[in-house]
Design a protein around this ligand. Sequence first.
Ligand SMILES: Nc1ncnc2c1ncn2[C@@H]1O[C@H](COP(=O)(O)OP(=O)(O)OP(=O)(O)O)[C@@H](O)[C@H]1O
Ligand SMILES: [Mg+2]
Length: 263
Amino acid sequence: MAETILSVRNLTQQFKGVLAVDHIRMDLEKGSIYGLIGTNGAGKSTVINMISGSIPPTEGEILFGGKDIGKLDAAGRAKAGIARTFQNLRLFSGQTVLDNVITASQITRKYNLLEMLACMPRYRREEKDFSERAKDALRIMDIERYEDFQADNLPYGLQRRLEIARCLAIRPKLLLLDEPAAGMNPHESLKLVDDIRVIHRTHPEMTILLIEHDMKVVMNLCGYIFVMASGRMIAEGTPKQIYDSEEVISAYLGGIVHRKERA
Ligand SMILES: Nc1ncnc2c1ncn2[C@@H]1O[C@H](COP(=O)(O)OP(=O)(O)OP(=O)(O)O)[C@@H](O)[C@H]1O
Ligand SMILES: [Mg+2]
């Protein structure tokens, strides 16, 4: 049986007046692609925000590689191997494409300020690593030819790909993608599906959790799917189990998958 990389127990987020995530449980195995679906406001991004350390949970436990990471901040979790993209792009404006990736990956640096100022060996070694990893990541996302472009000047679809490259550069064990195809045209989103497949193939140990509204994308890519509604986890299973589940269809898929398509 595959190793569990992430276990979430009773994970809860109570915003003022809104129970955004209600005592959910999730187990993710190493090396698989998972989908997280649900209607707008179901709580999906809030789950990723809590796993990545962007916001503290109101209640619940997050075990990563068997260790409780509840006390780690976002940088600590990135160092531990959790990378995420944001539903709304958050690139460093005014930086080149390559520098965007390098800067993001420096969150995992081990050298200290003194070593940096004195340009000591560990600093030089790590900086060289960052640069090599950044170039690898740009290559995987097929945007290496833009490395010297200003990130802000890239077309939107490429900025989205850059955001994923920034995650890959830290060589994460867990990659959390929050609607990576949002705002892409159909051609761009098909290319993204291919890229996620390439990432999966070239990083067999990496676990991916993908939030996505496009059911074709989710059904094609994910081996296992979680379904949320109003903060609760209402179902989970293989794409076929989810597709066939009457509960899911009535809560979520009804408005998206037409009976005709299902026939
Ligand atoms: N920082 C916040 N403060 C207060 N309420 C919030 C905050 N962030 C999210 N919410 C609320 O929590 C609920 C879940 O939001 P969340 O963004 O997690 O949903 P989602 O499933 O990602 O939706 P979408 O598909 O629209 O991105 C919503 O009712 C939202 O309005
Ligand atoms: Mg969201």
